[in-house]
Ligand binder design. Structure first.
Ligand SMILES: [Zn+2]
Length: 164
């Protein structure tokens, strides 16, 4: 899936939010995005959040993922299932350590070069550091891969409807 195509989907989603005037080509994308989003609400919700620059609430996305988690992990409490949903979404949207931007090493001061000193925030992993309680860790991992699958399904569904 190309970056450009993802950007088109995101544009169509935000157009529908703002009820903007649309070009004909965008109407097709908008219709495909709308229909695919009803079938794959988690995938559509994540792509929407990816394009969000205004910090909109992700309430619906959290609720959809929370529901899927409650079915898959009935032993978790309501609060635990919701926490797993919120963490999985956060990790998916911002996978990289914010201090080193995923590079894993400190920058050399005053030079555009990486040092050989591991990043103090992520200890060289380059990944975002969220302390996940042991009890919900498997559910969080499962939710992350569900998001992956749902994003793929949503995007392929849009593509299929656009006949490409
Ligand atoms: Zn780091």
């Amino acid at each position: 899936m190309s970056y450009k195509f993802t950007q088109r989907i995101i544009r169509a989603q935000s157009s529908s939010d703002l009820s903007e005037q649309l070009e004909d080509a965008d109407v097709d994308v908008l219709r495909a995005v709308g229909m695919s989003g009803r079938l794959h609400s988690i995938g559509a919700g994540i792509v929407r959040a990816l394009g969000s620059t205004r910090g909109e609430s992700q309430g619906q996305l959290v609720a959809d993922l929370h529901k899927a988690l409650s079915i898959q992990y009935p032993m978790l409490s309501n609060l635990e299932a919701k926490a797993a949903a919120v963490i999985a979404i956060e990790q998916w949207l911002r996978p990289h350590c914010s201090a080193c931007h995923g590079r894993g090493f400190e920058l050399i001061e005053g030079a555009p070069k990486l040092s050989d000193v591991a990043c103090g925030e992520c200890h060289g992993s380059g990944k975002v550091q969220i302390l996940v309680p042991k009890k919900i860790e498997p559910a969080t991992v499962w939710a992350g891969s569900l998001i992956d699958r749902e994003v793929d399904r949503f995007r392929s569904s849009v593509q299929r409807r656009l006949g490409r």
